[in-house]
Design a protein around this ligand. Structure first.
Ligand code: SF4
Length: 192
């Protein structure tokens, strides 16, 4: 069993999307669409392969759910059904907001933070089933609540909560936690 503690999308909007911000903070943030709209080609997620996306388009796929920052147990990287998520997060996670506290410099703090790139995506099928990168890689559509579809951060936020997606407010930090306690914190609200 592999205890995988630190994984993160290179492009996750976990600190900047505004999708999963608390309601009182959302207005202070710009959404990915607002900040990168000029470089997002229309319907790019259906018109181009993942390898053909530009940087802004790749970033815009992340919904900021924070699930990839949860500590998980993986029996076999090739079999997504053998992944168990815990509600324990990387030490850098702000568990109240669900955002990385040091996104830009995170690897200075957590050197083994795994970056999600087009090259390593095939080996990251432990990502949650709703993750846009995994879904597009598998030939599936974006989740219906994705910001690229709703074009409305508030609607997306509400629908993500309704779909039981996102770590904000229901995760705990790995700091000070023993391996034994960690093993008791497997949750079923993240579906690989
Ligand atoms: S699981 Fe996917 S959508 Fe969620 S934060 Fe990680 S990369 Fe982004």
């Amino acid at each position: 069993m592999l205890h995988q503690s630190h994984s993160y999308s290179e492009t996750t909007s976990n600190t900047k999307s505004g999708i999963d911000l608390p309601s009182d903070a959302g207005a202070q943030e710009s959404t990915p669409l607002e900040t990168t709209a000029a470089t997002l080609r229309p319907q790019f997620w259906t018109q181009f392969k993942l390898a053909e996306l530009n940087h802004s388009e790749w970033e815009a796929l992340c919904d900021g759910c924070g699930s990839c920052c949860l500590i998980k147990y993986i029996d076999n990287d090739d079999d997504e059904e053998l992944v168990e998520y815990t509600d324990v997060t990387c030490q850098l996670m702000d568990c109240a907001t669900g955002y990385c506290q040091h996104y830009d410099s995170r690897q200075e703090y957590v050197p083994d933070c795994i970056q999600l790139t087009i090259e390593n995506l095939p080996n990251m099928m432990w990502l949650p089933a709703h993750c846009a990168y995994k879904r597009l890689y598998k030939g599936q559509s974006l989740p219906s609540w994705h910001l690229l579809l709703t074009q409305d951060a508030v609607v997306t936020q509400q629908q993500m909560r309704a779909a039981n997606v996102g770590v904000a407010g229901r995760c705990v930090t790995e700091i000070g936690m023993s391996d034994e306690e960690m093993e008791t914190r497997v949750v079923n609200w993240v579906t690989p």
